[in-house]
Write a protein that binds this ligand. Structure first.
Ligand code: PEP
Length: 252
């Protein structure tokens, strides 16, 4: 039985005061959460303050990206050990906005995933197709390529620590949602790729979130499919009650 995980990606929103206020509001909403892993993913400058705001509660914290190296002359970049030192335990890798605006490659994501695991952080590795790929019937092949390349060289013991997020690019921030059937089809394919790579036990244990315009009112229908283990939420994670409603909707 996989434990669902719901993560809120705040992207480039909030400032220090509103980030802390939002974190405290989520904490208040979910103070007794025991069935779902909950993660807040604020912008880098607010990681430590958000981690402090939710310390001692069931709510965890993650970063939106990292660099693969631990330290060095990389102006503007942030390393996994730096993220870990703030109290965060998760980090998104390969979000479609990073792939689009920062030319992130699957190989680059693989290096980041390895670096995060070495720093005892949980990568949330994002995969997903653009609309033209879906329309050309290339979704399963593309997602498979992203999964195989991103997880290249990992052992089963490492793979089991990962979270994957299937996020069809055409559904992110657009209000367009994959149907539960479309999402389940891709999640099942991801799990079959994981089975091929790491064996059935590991594939059964890895959590695969869905992301793309998840809201309180569509969460239950989408997120209760057999291979969907929670959500990566953008827009709706900026409102504590809406985000908490999504968490409640995925409780087993
Ligand atoms: C995201 O940014 O990962 C995301 C899924 O955004 P939204 O929920 O706004 O579509």
């Amino acid at each position: 039985m996989r434990r669902p995980i719901v993560a809120g990606n705040w992207k480039m929103h909030t400032d220090l005061a509103s980030a802390v206020a939002l974190a405290k509001a989520v904490r208040a909403e979910l103070a007794d959460e025991s069935a779902v892993d909950v993660v807040l993913i604020p912008p880098f400058p607010f990681l430590a303050a958000v981690a402090e705001a939710v310390a001692g509660s069931p709510v965890g914290v993650g970063a939106q990206d990292c660099r693969a190296e631990s330290a060095g002359a990389y102006t503007g970049d942030v390393s996994p050990p730096m993220i870990a030192s703030t109290g965060a335990a998760f980090c998104v890798v390969g979000h479609s906005e990073r792939r689009e605006y920062h030319a992130e490659t699957n190989a680059g994501c693989n290096a980041k995933i390895r670096a995060l695991l070495a720093a005892n952080l949980t990568p949330i590795y994002c995969v997903g197709e653009r609309l033209d790929v879906r329309e050309a019937d290339g979704t399963l092949d593309l997602v498979e390529t992203q999964v195989r390349a991103g997880l290249d060289g990992l052992s089963a013991a490492e793979a089991v620590k990962l979270v994957l997020a299937y996020e069809p690019v055409w559904a992110i921030g657009t209000g367009k949602v994959a149907t539960p059937k479309q999402a389940q089809e891709v999640h099942a394919h991801i799990r079959s790729v994981l089975t091929d790579l790491f064996g059935a036990d590991t594939a059964d244990a890895v959590r695969v979130q869905y992301g793309g315009s998840v809201k309180a009112d569509n969460a239950r229908e989408l997120l209760t499919r057999p291979d969907i283990d929670g959500a990566l939420v953008g827009g709706a994670s900026l409102r504590a009650f809406d985000f908490a409603s999504i968490v409640r909707a995925v409780r087993p």
